[in-house]
Design a protein around this ligand. Structure first.
Ligand SMILES: Cc1ncc(COP(=O)(O)O)c(C=O)c1O
Length: 421
């Protein structure tokens, strides 16, 4: 019944996906009865692993009171206060149901605020399914064009030509080229959308120069700077933007802030967020959603994020540092042409010797793709679930032994790979 046998391409596996029976903390048990350590954490969305007891208790209580109303709830106000308290740039916030929606609403808010249609985004960066946000995400050597002027490449067949026209593509971490491209579109851009640790671009942190150049340019040209922190909000108490001396105008969030339930949110400057104010004399961007801010998600999110306090953030980041250092040592010791990237509680293994600086360098050729499949199969057999790009997300449910076990399993595969090459 399901095209390809799946509802989301991320769980695809040949000859069929693994089927989960239950999860607890850092572990997932499949329906064959095999238990593994989960470094995928539903695509980096479960900061405390599975079935955290405090979240389960709070949600169970709320379930008995109802799951969704055509009324507001107190819990949504309490959660808004909590999230705004984590970042001084979050003057106002709105909840939606997914990261895709959070990015879409941010782009529409930027358009409503500036009166401009076009947006700029980084080549290869994943921002969800909105037509404009997905442009160039799957660009390939045959289609990506000149590095000084990357093409707007459609992802889905049938993407309207106007969408491609209205998206300007810039390279990652190359401020000079990016600004030269943006300069060709002065007075046309509503915003520049950027993820400072873009997963598909190689999971390398954006440089302070790159982020600073985008901040200066957007300010000079009355465009907005929008950060996609759907995946990276876990990196610091107030999001990965804490790494920089820069504040975006809007931040899109999702994943961990739902405490295991579908969620998205956008937060930022009061005057920008007020384009959504339904009490204004002219509502510039009406935003609704049947399940937005439902009390189940709000309850799970608030409990989850209260538990993800500053010491918890520091602890998962330390565990990821331990993984990155351990994997680097294993690479050095075995002499394989691999490297590891990442930041905060996320890391990614590349089966190429040099850490990629942008999407074009991160792009995996058929040989690398084949090798990665071998590594992921080896890790799965050794009891570790990874994200299918070779990435991992640490949860607070993990301990040092979990990290060291993963590093050892990788070392074993590196040795075999070295022996074969
Ligand atoms: C950076 C980023 N933005 C947006 C999204 C879309 O979020 P969702 O899958 O909740 O729609 C994702 C999902 O992986 C993401 O990683």
């Amino acid at each position: 019944m399901l095209p390809g046998g799946v509802s989301r391409n991320t769980v695809l596996r040949s000859p069929h996906p693994l089927y989960a029976a239950y999860g607890s903390g850092a572990h997932v048990t499949d329906i064959e009865g095999v238990t593994r350590i989960d470094f995928a954490n539903n695509m980096a969305s479960l900061i405390h692993g599975h079935a955290n007891p405090a979240v389960v208790a709070a949600v169970t209580e709320q379930l008995q009171k109802g799951t969704a109303f055509t009324l507001a709830t107190e819990i949504e106000v309490r959660y808004a206060e909590h999230l705004c308290g984590r970042n001084p740039g979050f003057e106002k916030i709105r909840f939606v149901n997914s990261g895709t929606e959070a990015v879409m609403a941010s782009l529409k808010a930027a358009r409503a605020f500036t009166g401009r249609a076009r947006i700029a985004k980084v080549e290869g960066a994943y921002h969800g399914l909105y037509d404009y946000a997905e442009v160039s995400q799957t660009a390939k050597p045959a289609t990506w064009g000149d590095p000084d002027s990357p093409m707007s490449v459609p992802v889905s067949e049938g993407t309207p030509a106007n969408v491609l026209h209205d998206v300007v593509v810039i390279p990652f971490n190359d401020p000079k080229t990016a600004i030269a491209i943006l300069d060709r579109h002065q007075d046309e851009l509503a915003c520049v959308l950027v993820d400072v640790l873009p997963h598909r671009v190689g999971l390398m942190p954006a440089t302070a120069e790159f982020v600073g150049a985008l901040r200066d340019w957007t300010r000079r040209h009355d465009a907005l700077l929008v950060f996609d922190e759907v995946i990276t909000f876990r990196s610091e108490y107030g999001g990965a933007q804490g790494w920089y001396d820069v504040q975006p105008d809007l931040t899109a969030m999702g994943k961990i802030i739902g405490g295991g339930f579908p969620v998205g949110a956008l937060a930022g400057r009061r005057d920008v967020m007020d384009v959504m104010d339904p009490l204004a004399s002219k509502v510039r961007f009406p935003l609704s959603g049947t399940f937005s801010a439902n009390p189940i998600t709000m309850t799970a999110g608030l409990v989850t994020m209260e538990l993800f306090d500053r010491p918890a953030v520091a602890r998962v980041n330390r565990l990821a540092d331990r993984a990155r250092t351990g994997i680097e040592e294993a690479i050095r010791e075995t002499g394989v042409g691999a490297c590891v990237t990442g930041g905060g509680s996320l890391f990614r293994v590349h089966l190429k010797p040099q850490p990629p600086r942008d999407y074009r360098e991160a792009f995996a050729d058929p040989n690398e793709t084949r090798l990665l499949r071998g590594l992921l199969d080896h890790l799965l057999a050794a009891g570790f679930i990874m994200i299918n790009t070779g990435s991992a997300a640490v949860s607070t449910a993990m301990v040092e032994d979990d990290i060291d076990g993963l590093v050892e399993a990788m070392r074993g595969w590196f040795r075999t790979w070295k022996g074969e090459s």
